[in-house]
Design a protein around this ligand. Structure first.
Ligand code: 5AD
Length: 347
């Protein structure tokens, strides 16, 4: 295949072409891929980077994902739930720091039921002109509807693996089909949706990653989040090798080529396996960073993986470091909500 043609003259990519790009090993060619990804990003978003302030308000989880430190079987980590008041105080800090998207994230924790989540959404939206992203795992269809009406704008639910066999292994027999039905429903009722996977999960192949990208295309995601797998102690995968920085960057760049105008985050996971993970993500076509505002003492216990960067630091310090890191690369921070540019944001 001719790399120049694949990088420049394509509206639509085949599975084979995606695999070809993911397999690039020549550093000059990889660099061309990254350059092209940045060009496409800049053509849609200019030099603007969108920030999303994350609040990890509960680390209780009833799921059993083999890779995740929050899995129910992990009896070692101290569990916490933030109070509604603490969550709203954190939302205020995020808003006062100029960030216009608030991400409410937790394990699958039914203590935060339909009403409590609705209350949080409504209280935040009444006070601040922000977008709200929910990242609460797989919940009820009626709940998604209620939360949309309460004012939620977006839902982040990674599909984790587009290979049904691997999906069932990673998730103790849970079904990929069901996950996809949830994502489709969320999209249909007007959420901007985000999905994605982890790079370097045990037994994952390059063809699997190509299918992950194609599934994001099929789902018409508004944000595609691809970060490295990082082994987490006290999980079945604790001794597995972590995903690779360069491969993660290649995936992000290919996602930019294939999905074009979607939001792509340079993830905390990438920044946790590489000192310059955010920078490397931005240099592969990312346009979003999601600083974590979870306050102490909770912050250090949202341990989805081991050695998560910044858990013992002050969220405001991290935020200002992130801002300087972004600006040092010649980017500027958007003042807007950073809604999807694929279509109007809500029904
Ligand atoms: N490494 C990287 N990301 C992880 N996640 C969970 N466990 C890990 C891990 N070990 C991500 C998953 C999930 C979200 C809660 O965190 O993609 O969607």
């Amino acid at each position: 295949m001719n790399i120049k043609e694949i990088l420049y003259n394509k509206d639509s990519y085949s599975r084979e072409e995606i695999i070809f790009l993911l397999n690039l090993s020549d550093s000059v060619e990889i660099d061309k891929l990254f350059q092209r990804a940045k060009e496409i990003r800049d053509s849609y978003f200019g030099k603007e980077i969108h920030l999303r302030g994350v609040i990890e308000f509960s680390n209780y989880c009833t799921q059993h994902c083999l890779y995740c430190g929050l899995r129910e079987e992990n009896l070692i980590i101290p569990r916490y739930r933030m109070s509604a008041e603490e969550i709203l105080d954190t939302a205020k800090i995020i808003y006062n720091n100029g960030i216009r998207t608030i991400v409410l994230q937790s394990g699958e924790d039914s203590f935060f039921d339909t009403d409590l989540i609705s209350y949080l959404i409504y209280s935040i939206k009444r006070q601040y002109d922000v977008a709200i992203t929910l990242s609460l795992g797989q919940r009820g269809f009626d709940e998604y509807k209620t939360w949309k009406i309460a004012g939620a704008d977006r839902y982040l639910l990674k599909h984790e693996s587009a290979n049904p066999k691997l999906y069932s292994i990673y998730h103790k027999k849970a079904k990929l089909d069901e996950r996809i039905q949830h994502l489709k429903f969320l999209k249909r009722i007007g959420y901007q949706i985000a999905s994605g996977n982890m790079i370097g999960l045990p037994n994952q192949t390059v063809a699997d990653i190509a299918d992950d990208i194609l599934l994001c295309r099929e789902l018409d995601v508004d944000m595609a989040a691809f970060g490295p797998f990082i082994p987490s102690i006290n999980t079945p995968y604790q001794n597995m090798p972590a995903g690779d920085t360069l491969m993660t960057q290649k995936v992000m760049a290919v996602v930019r080529l294939v999905l074009k105008n979607v939001h792509i985050p340079a993830t905390t996971a990438l920044d946790s396996i590489d000192d310059f993970g955010r920078e490397k993500g931005l240099s592969a076509g990312a346009n979003v960073i999601m600083p974590n505002f979870t306050p102490a003492p909770y912050r250090e216990n949202y341990l989805i993986y081991t050695n998560k960067r910044g858990i013992n630091e002050d969220p405001l310090d991290i935020h200002s470091q992130i801002k300087s890191r972004i600006e040092a690369l010649g980017h500027n921070i958007s003042q807007s909500r950073g809604d999807s540019i694929k279509r109007s944001s809500s029904i």
